[in-house]
Ligand binder design. Structure first.
Ligand code: ADP
Ligand code: MG
Length: 330
């Protein structure tokens, strides 16, 4: 047991580090009660989601505390964004190793505080436990959306366009770099990709404009092909992707041109936390305006057709052979 540990215990951690993050929601009761009580905005539904991140699985054990904090929160904000919701509050269950230090916690909490301001969200509860295993963080995020307007995976219609935000594949390459792979890049390029793996950029502003424009949406966490496959399954349609239209960053393109990665790897790499959505062609102009307002790039990468599953074609129209699409835990 460390000196920090002897001094404080979990109530001290809650009071000193987490309670200050709860001030903007009176119903969090300063994290001194059994539960929080929130009143949803009139005429709104509450959208609820949860995602856990585990050291060695979703981040590397030596990653800095501020990037770990941001990832824990942001992967959940990405789910809210995909449903068109506005972030409101979150709960955090933290299983910390016994020797977690004050400096680590300070940096962790400072990052949460910064992201709370950035996304307009407040900590309203959680649980704090010690674990003999790897650091594990679970966030439950609550968002609000006009009643009945949640964007699901089920609404894609034949003839819709398929769109994605941002660039695809960077985070997967960032993970390879973190593990020591050589992608033939300079330090600045490597840092950019590693950053994309460690700290996702949830498309919250864009997502909030989707309820009136998109027919289906999800966030891309397990790989573009695997994830749009979920829309295809639930909407009972086929999704056709034009692989060469999938937006790549300059750095990923450089890695591809030097032969260190392939289009297939990029289309199946995880952790991007971009949005993939379908929308009728009549909404193209509105979507372009929304993207400008939300300062988020979007690209049209395919269409919805009769049939099932996902077909990705290369520039000559040949279907790409893609096996084992997407990350699976089991
Ligand atoms: P209980 O005994 O009811 O399980 P706890 O002692 O676990 O309550 O927690 C006390 C208060 O601190 C509760 O309001 C709980 O939501 C809050 N809390 C505990 N851990 C965290 C955390 N990691 N983040 C935010 N709030 C927390
Ligand atoms: Mg408890």
């Amino acid at each position: 047991m460390t000196r920090d540990q002897k001094r404080r215990g979990e109530f001290e951690i809650i009071k000193r580090f987490f309670a200050p993050l709860s001030q903007k929601e009176a119903g969090a009761f300063g994290l001194t009660d059994d539960a929080a009580a929130l009143t949803p905005k009139a005429g709104h539904d509450v959208v609820v989601t949860t995602d856990a991140i585990v050291a060695g699985v979703h981040f590397l054990p030596g990653d800095p505390p501020d990037t770990i904090a941001r990832k824990a929160l942001r992967v959940n904000l990405s789910d809210l964004a995909a449903k068109g919701a506005t972030p409101r509050a979150y709960l955090l269950t933290a299983a910390f190793p016994h020797d977690i230090g004050d400096d680590w916690l300070k940096s962790f909490v400072a990052a949460l505080k910064a992201d709370q301001a950035r996304y307009g969200i407040t900590l309203v509860g959680g649980d704090t436990v010690a674990t003999p295993g790897p650091l594990t963080l679970n966030v439950v995020a609550l968002g609000e959306i006009a009643r009945g307007r949640t964007v699901t995976r089920a609404g894609a219609k034949i003839g819709d366009d398929v769109w994605v935000t941002g660039t695809i594949g960077d985070a997967g390459l960032g993970l390879r770099l973190s593990k020591g792979d050589d992608l033939g890049l300079n330090e600045r390029q490597r840092d950019a990709l590693i950053r994309r793996y460690r700290v996702p950029d949830p498309r919250v502003a864009l997502g909030q404009g989707l309820p009136t424009l998109a027919t289906a949406c999800l966030d891309v966490s397990d790989g573009l092909i695997a994830d749009v496959g979920h829309i295809a399954d639930v909407s009972k349609v086929q999704i056709r992707i034009n692989a060469t239209d999938v937006p790549l960053s300059h750095v990923s393109r450089a890695a591809m041109e030097s032969g260190r990665t392939s289009l297939t790897e990029i289309l199946t790499a995880g952790d991007d936390y971009e949005l993939a959505f379908t929308a009728p062609p009549a909404h193209r102009q509105h979507l372009i305006e929304l993207a400008a307002k939300a300062k988020t790039k979007i690209a049209r990468v395919g269409e919805v057709a009769r049939g099932k599953g996902v077909v990705a074609r290369d520039e000559s129209g040949r279907p790409l052979e893609i096996s084992a699409a997407g990350y699976r835990h089991f």
